[in-house]
Write a protein of this length. Sequence first.
Length: 106
Amino acid sequence: MNDPQLLVYGRLIRKPEERTDVNGKPYTTALMLTEQSGRELRLSVISRVPRVCFTLQDMESGEAVALSGPLVIHDDENGSPSALGINARRILSNHRTKREKQEIEL
């Protein structure tokens, strides 16, 4: 069975962080806030896609972003769903990375 795919738009509510797994491979985590039917939803974000990681790491809390990728359901210690997240595979943002800003200035 394929994982449900999400396309979410919201704002980062924490500066994204670069981390490293036990095998030494980098990944990025973030927390975003989105709205669905008038209700605010918090989503955890994880990505191992270099372009997505690079862009997220250059962003700040409060910036708008759209992400797509598979739904991640976090279970509590009893196995009950307790939180939702997204395994971000693609990113869309108005954010210009520092490198992009430098290229524009040239």
